[in-house]
Design a protein around this ligand. Structure first.
Ligand SMILES: *[C@@H]1O[C@H](CO)[C@@H](O)[C@H](O)[C@H]1NC(C)=O
Ligand SMILES: *[C@@H]1O[C@H](CO)[C@@H](O)[C@H](O)[C@H]1NC(C)=O
Length: 344
């Protein structure tokens, strides 16, 4: 069933590593047989899928969330996280142990935890709901009430489903250690941003009674944290301590990474040129760049010194909007010319 498989085109990192469902054009995964047809799952993931088929729709939404957030965070970089229509969806760009791979693993593990937790709170799953461990009166004197996000459930699901590929290979290879570390760092990014939201009750908005619940941050915030970790990622290598293998910073002058940091093994390519032999290596020809910026979005760096073209285009905006009683808003159309710079 080609259409289905294609639609089930999974967020596959590295072909042989792991996949997440990207099932946008298929309804939902409701039946256990669907699990068998999800290309790219390893046997243990198929078992988890069958055991918790109701959760798989959330996994699919998580995968889409990860792709969208990755593309947002990388919109101004040479590698812009574009996905391919074929598998693996990120192409070969993340098959090496680069920083970019570290980001993709972290954001994906986080997005699965996030989407599953959301599904628990919304009541769409039988196996989980709100976090009932959060109850009673807090030390600050407010009442825990309402639906606290059950992040522990989402994190545990992500650990079992996403990490199983690395675990099933044994934790021996440095690449498996790197992936597991970054998966965990991604989930920690949600945990570190959990917050308390409250509502006041009482006459005319007075706060006589305050009820509060624990809530996840918006996913954008999680993306921002993981992107910061990407910028400060630590290059590591594997060393043996007794009989266990551990990742250490390659540069011994650097302070060791924490559980929340991203780690990588291999330097990144420069992503400058299109390479037909490396799927996903699109190069930066045709990318927009910023003429005045000295950062990676600037034309100098983005275009890798090849230069750029400048075009004037007209953009139309709504402006001078006026509110008319009652009730509509009337705007004028303003036209202005803007320059767009494009890499050669
Ligand atoms: C990424 O850049 C390529 C050009 O190198 C472009 O074709 C593609 O649409 C961009 N993808 C995203 C998601 O912006
Ligand atoms: C271009 O870069 C400059 C300097 O970093 C910044 O102030 C400006 O907002 C950028 N322009 C656009 C269109 O992003």
């Amino acid at each position: 069933d080609f259409r289905l498989t294609r639609a089930l085109c999974m967020l596959c990192v590295c072909g042989r590593l792991w996949y997440l469902a990207k099932l946008s054009s298929v309804g939902s995964i409701r039946e256990e047989e669907t699990c068998e047809r999800l290309r790219g799952l390893i046997q243990k993931q198929v078992q988890i899928c069958k055991r918790s088929v109701e959760v798989m729709d959330a996994v699919r939404r998580g995968a889409q969330l990860a792709i969208d957030e990755c593309q947002f965070q990388f919109r101004n970089r040479r590698w812009n996280c574009s996905t391919l229509e074929t598998m693996p969806v990120f192409g070969k760009v993340v098959t090496q142990g680069t920083r970019e791979a570290a980001f993709v693993y972290a954001i994906s593990a986080a997005s699965v935890a996030f989407a599953v937790t959301r599904a628990c709170s919304s009541g769409e799953l039988e196996k989980c709901g709100c976090d009932h461990n959060v109850h009673g009166v807090s030390p600050e004197g407010f009442q825990w009430s309402g639906c606290s996000d059950n992040i522990a459930y989402g994190v545990a699901f992500s650990q079992s489903f996403v990490d199983v590929r690395e675990r099933s290979k044994g934790q021996s290879s440095s690449r498996a250690l790197m992936n597991l570390h970054n998966n965990e760092a991604g989930r920690k990014a949600i945990l570190s941003q959990m917050r308390v939201e409250c509502k006041c009750h009482g006459v005319s908005g007075s706060c006589e009674v305050k009820t509060c619940w624990k809530a996840m941050p918006p996913f954008r915030k999680v993306g921002n944290v993981i992107k910061e970790k990407f910028d400060g990622a630590t290059e590591v290598e594997q060393r043996k301590v007794g009989s266990t293998k551990v990742l250490f910073p390659r540069n011994t002058q650097f302070k060791p990474h924490t559980d929340e940091d991203l780690v990588y093994l291999d330097p990144s390519p420069d992503f400058c040129d299109y390479d037909p032999r490396t799927p996903g290596m699109l190069g930066t020809v045709g990318r927009h760049c910023n003429r005045t910026s000295k950062a990676i979005d600037g034309c100098e760096l983005m275009c890798c010194g090849r230069g750029f073209q400048t075009q004037e285009v007209e953009v139309v905006n709504r402006c001078s909007c006026k509110f008319h009683w009652c009730c509509y808003v009337k705007c004028k159309q303003c036209r202005k010319m803007v320059e767009i710079h494009t890499c050669r």
